[in-house]
Ligand binder design. Structure first.
Ligand SMILES: [Zn+2]
Length: 316
C-alpha cells in the first residue's frame, strides 16, 4: 500500500462495489458522511481503524543505519526496515550484511529496470555519490507508511550542512519535514536519531546499551556480543571486495572501531597502509579545523576522535 489519498478513495470504491465493510483510518471519518447516500449498498458499513504508529528505517548494512534500526526497536513501536537497491555495484554486499545482521528488511525499487543506461552512468560517473539519493530514498520510504509514521534519517554529528549541502543540508531537511507532514493519508514525521553522534560515538553508545542490558530482548546479552554484531556491518564503495581496505569508507569504519579499542581485520588489504592519501587529508583538515575553530566540514568531536587514532597510528 502506498501513502496516498487515492489509497483511501480506492478503499471506498472497492467496498462500495462489493458491498463490504469499509475500514478506513480514523482520521478520515468525515468522508463517511459524503458516501451516506440512498444508492449505497444495504450492507455497506464503516469501521475505523487506528493503526499503530510505526517507525520506518532505511537500512544499508552499515554502522549508522544498524544503530538507527536498534534505536527504533528500543522504542517498542512497530518497526519496518527497507533497503533501496538503486543498482549501485556494491548492493550485493549491503544486502548480505543485512542478512548477517539478522535485520528483517524489504527491498524496494530497483531503478535500473526503468532507466536505460542508468547502471553504466551510475557506476562510472557517480561511484558512491548519487545526486538526490537521500531525497529519493526518504520520499520512497515515506510512501510505504501504513499509518502515522516516523521516518528515520541516519545523519551523523557534523554531517548536516548549514547550506549548499545537497540532501544533507538544513534547507533540504526543512523542505522535506514540511512536505512529509502534509502527506496523505498518513503524515510522516522526520527524525534524525543519531545526529548528535559520530561514528566512534555511536559504537560507544551501542556497547554501553549492551553493558546495561538494554539489548537483551534483541538477543545481545553483553558487550562482546554487541561488538560481534557491529563488526558484521559493511561500508565500502568497492564493487568486488567486501571491505576493500582502500577507500575512504573503509578508513572511516576502521577509525571508529579503533577509537573504541576494537581492531578490525576484515579488510582485503591492510587499511592503514592503503589509505594514506585520506589519512593525510584528515590530519591536515582536522588539525586546521581545531586550530581555526571551523567545524563546517567535520564536527569538533569527530576531529578529536579521528586525530586521536591517527596520531597513535602514524602513516609510515
Ligand atoms: Zn572500501
Amino acid at each position: 500500500m502506498q501513502n496516498k489519498l487515492s489509497t483511501i478513495a480506492l478503499e471506498f470504491m472497492k467496498a462500495g462495489l462489493t458491498g463490504d465493510i469499509v475500514s478506513i483510518p480514523e482520521a478520515y471519518k468525515e468522508y463517511v458522511e459524503v458516501f451516506d447516500v440512498p444508492e449505497k449498498p444495504d450492507n455497506w458499513e464503516f469501521m475505523y481503524r487506528n493503526r499503530q504508529e510505526e517507525i520506518i528505517v532505511p537500512v544499508s548494512g552499515g554502522l549508522d543505519s544498524t544503530i538507527c534500526y536498534y534505536i527504533a526497536k528500543m522504542s517498542g513501536k512497530s518497526v519496518r526496515a527497507f533497503y533501496v537497491d538503486m543498482g549501485q555495484e556494491y548492493a550485493w554486499k549491503e544486502k548480505d550484511a543485512l542478512v548477517n545482521l539478522g535485520i528483517d528488511f524489504s527491498v524496494l525499487a530497483d531503478v535500473r529496470s526503468d532507466r536505460t543506461g542508468w547502471n553504466e552512468r551510475f557506476s562510472k560517473a557517480w561511484k558512491h555519490i548519487l545526486p538526490a539519493r537521500n531525497f529519493y530514498i526518504l520520499s520512497l520510504l515515506a510512501e510505504q507508511a501504513e499509518g502515522p509514521a516516523t521516518l528515520y534519517f541516519g545523519v551523523l554529528d557534523g554531517e548536516i550542512k548549514e547550506r549548499l549541502g545537497g540532501d544533507k543540508s538544513k534547507e533540504f531537511l526543512r523542505m522535506l519535514t514540511h512536505d512529509l507532514a502534509r502527506m496523505h493519508p498518513f503524515p510522516v514525521t522526520l527524525e534524525l536519531p543519531i545526529q548528535y553522534l559520530t561514528k566512534a560515538s555511536e559504537i560507544e553508545y551501542f556497547l554501553g546499551l549492551a553493558e546495561v542490558h538494554k539489548l537483551e530482548e534483541f538477543g545481545i546479552n553483553n558487550k562482546q556480543e554487541a561488538i560481534d554484531l557491529l563488526t558484521k556491518t559493511v561500508t565500502c564503495f568497492d564493487g568486488t571486495a567486501k571491505q576493500c581496505g582502500r577507500c575512504q569508507a573503509c578508513l572511516r569504519r576502521y577509525l571508529a572501531f579503533e577509537y573504541n579499542g576494537i581492531k578490525l581485520d576484515d579488510f582485503d588489504v591492510p587499511v592503514m597502509e592503503n589509505t594514506k592519501e585520506f589519512q593525510m587529508k584528515y590530519l591536515d583538515a582536522m588539525t586546521l579545523a581545531l586550530r581555526d575553530n571551523d567545524f563546517s566540514q567535520y564536527s569538533k568531536i569527530r576531529c578529536e576522535q579521528d586525530l586521536h587514532v591517527l596520531k597513535n597510528n602514524p602513516c609510515k
